[in-house]
Design a binder for this molecule. Sequence first.
Ligand SMILES: Cc1cc2nc3c(=O)[nH]c(=O)nc-3n(C[C@H](O)[C@H](O)[C@H](O)COP(=O)(O)OP(=O)(O)OC[C@H]3O[C@@H](n4cnc5c(N)ncnc54)[C@H](O)[C@@H]3O)c2cc1C
Length: 428
Amino acid sequence: MAHIVIMGAGIGGMPAAYELRELLPKEHRITVVNSTDYFQFVPSNPWVAVGWRDREAVTLPIAPYLERKKIGFIAKAVTQIDATASKLTLAGGDVLAYDYLVIATGPKLSFSEVEGAGPVKSGGGGFTHSICHIDHAQAFFAEYQEFLKNPGPVVIGAMPGASCFGPAYEFAFILDTDLRRRKLRNKVPITYVTSEPYIGHLGLGGVGDSKSMLESELRGRDMKWITNAKTTKVEQGKMFVTQLDDQGNLLKDHEVPFKMSMMLPAFKGVDAVAAVPNLCNPRGFVLIDEFQRSKAYRNIFSAGVCVAIPPVEITPVPTGTPKTGYMIESMMTAICHNIADELVGKPATAKGTWNAVCLADMGDTGAAFVALPQIPPRNVNWFKKGKWVHLAKIAYEKYFMRKLKKGTSEPIYEKYVMGILGINRLDK
Ligand SMILES: Cc1cc2nc3c(=O)[nH]c(=O)nc-3n(C[C@H](O)[C@H](O)[C@H](O)COP(=O)(O)OP(=O)(O)OC[C@H]3O[C@@H](n4cnc5c(N)ncnc54)[C@H](O)[C@@H]3O)c2cc1C
């Protein structure tokens, strides 16, 4: 009998637990360890921040759903990984031994890299908001309700070193839609400030026509933008931004005023993972091989935002490569097959496709992109806009939450529909 521990019950960890349970004979034990007792559907946080969703709609208690599938659950943070002895120390001091460890801990939100940025409780200076966590999105909404009584300029964007740009665009367009509906948009100048070298880069070197489409969308919604933006400091109501040219030379220094701001931070690996000798790169992301296995420890696999992926290209202000939901699930499927194979004495051969598929809501419309594979040149490379994406994004939320409540990882119709689109989880 083997004991498989999954660390992190997010977009990657939860489906992995279900998929492993489906693949493995009953004698093998599966335990999920997560720092909170609830799951949050992170992609819905932009809606929470403007009050279009409440917390109950996008979170669920983990224990009852996992227990129903005979999967163990511990609602505690892992504070230390002893990768040589295959043991975890949990908050409070309990020790948990594993035969295989699946690390799916998502990002550490590295607000402290820019003075003054990010929520205080998350190690930031308190002058900008975030939508990376449900608590942050709720904090934005609380202040937003006061802001609406006396509105002013807003700054939205992504900090140097950020890798997740889609949600910043998404949030700018959602906020614009919300303010227009309230007939207050005329009182809110919005500036989009991003470390991307151009609008629509998305950490992916662009996808299809993303540059001209997103520029056109920002123009159409009266938003100004600053690209190659190295945000250096935030004070109450003021953001200090050094704009670089394409060669990385100083182009202009800006002081951008704001009444409210949401800036996505750079990501790092979480402390307990980053501290393991030889496991990670200098930013704490897990170094893995093509089978999602740690390069240093044969019984550790990893997937999701916590793995190391090189940037698609070097940019004047550092940017990273995004890891999107479907790509994360494809990594997890590969891990589940590899662990199942090893347990019956076969070599691990499954590889995730890492295809980037993303739906970004724009409030009343939306944009979808498919990048197959993620690194250009690509076999499929399209970016399309339409109201159907807004509806598809709502459906994605409902579908994912339902999938977790039902306890399945990849229901048969998902496999069928994605298969028709040529999008598969495993690289055959
Ligand atoms: C605002 C936002 C919107 C996004 N929208 C989309 C979208 O629309 N579509 C899309 O495809 N992708 C989207 N993404 C990208 C990506 O899908 C999400 O970031 C996704 O949540 C990443 O999944 P994950 O499993 O790697 O990490 P997470 O979902 O963040 O899960 C990590 C889990 O690990 C737990 N954890 C962390 N440290 C420890 C520890 N020490 N011990 C135990 N547990 C720990 C956390 O509590 C958490 O539950 C979005 C990202 C953001 C930030």
